[in-house]
Design a protein. Structure first.
Length: 319
């Protein structure tokens, strides 16, 4: 990025010259800068600080990067067109706290991130599904710049939720205010909730959110390993050491340009699938689907499947 630094220095040295140009033209110049260039501009002169702030205030952005975990946050400097405020990181590598911390340090200090480990992390691009896989593409990082929205990441450990569950009143207000740190005066618009496989009292947490904020949207899902939240340069993991004994999440309020979509009641985009092989994990109390198949219209339900395939492969191909 030597050229970027040189260009930024030139702009700073000639700020009086640029001040004679129209604001619209200057904002057009800013719109072509990546995150690293915006950082240099913001620090170069008051004029550029104001212009960058105005640009980011009026241009929410969404950037998704697929690649090796250690490189994702650093690559964001050349991919993002605005300073990200929140992020979601899903990795197939099952990296521990040390590697996550090292990777996330490259993000802006006020960017809040939640995420976890998944065998098949994927993201959407246009009408395509892009799935991470292999040692050089084992993670997906989505970064959002939401200038008119606010975020608060939270973590609830099993022990705290168990204490709230044992209260005579059910402990839902304790979950909201004491465990999650939510403000009862704020009108939250959306919650992203990520329980670990060993999380307990998930239903209690969801009931607490629904009771306190009945009009909010709640999205999320269970992750197999290493759930975490990142705020102020500090990584937190429920249970410590990636044990997943708890729940992480993010609360959003203000002007949140996101919409929760539930696939209930819509026409499926792919043929019906049937489970070919599954396994029950008694310790985690979950059923793991190992393979599925597409039954032919002429075959009976008892006939052996002609084709066995990975469900995520099917999902990727059909999209």
């Amino acid at each position: 990025m030597a050229a970027t630094s040189s260009t930024t220095t030139t702009l700073a040295a000639n700020t009086p010259l640029f001040s004679t140009l129209s604001t619209d033209l200057l904002l057009e110049i800013v719109s072509y800068c990546d995150l690293e260039a915006l950082t240099h501009l913001r620090a170069s002169a008051r004029l550029w600080t104001v212009l960058v702030a105005e640009h980011e205030q009026s241009h929410p952005s969404f950037t998704t990067i697929v690649g090796a975990l250690p490189t994702l946050a650093a690559r964001a400097k050349s991919c993002c067109s605005a300073t990200p405020s929140v992020g979601f990181l899903f990795s197939a590598s099952g990296s521990g706290p040390a590697k996550l911390t090292e990777a996330l340090r490259a993000l802006p200090s006020d960017c809040q991130v939640i995420g976890g480990g998944s065998p098949y992390p994927f993201t959407g691009y246009g009408k395509m599904i892009v799935r991470a896989g292999g040692p050089n593409e084992d993670a997906v990082l989505s970064l959002l710049s939401l200038p008119e929205a606010h975020a608060h990441v939270f973590m609830a450990e099993n022990g705290d939720l168990d204490a709230a569950n044992n209260l005579p009143t059910g402990g839902r207000s304790m979950v909201r205010e004491n465990i999650l740190g939510l403000d009862p005066k704020i009108d939250y618009k959306m919650f992203v909730v990520i329980p670990g496989q060993a999380a307990e009292h998930v239903e209690l947490l969801l009931q607490a959110l629904q009771e306190g904020y009945p009009s909010c949207a709640i999205v999320g899902g269970v992750f197999s390993s290493n759930i975490f939240c990142w705020k102020g340069g500090v990584l937190q993991t429920p249970g410590g050491g990636g044990k997943n004994k708890g729940i992480v999440g993010m609360a959003l309020w203000g002007n949140v340009p996101l919409q929760a979509v539930v696939s209930r009641g819509v026409v499926p985009r792919s043929p019906a699938l049937k489970v070919a092989d599954w396994e029950y994990d008694g310790d985690a109390e979950v059923v793991m689907v190992k393979s599925v198949f597409r039954p032919s219209s002429s075959s009976s339900s008892s006939a052996a499947p002609a084709e066995i395939m990975n469900p995520y492969t099917i999902f990727q191909e059909d999209m």
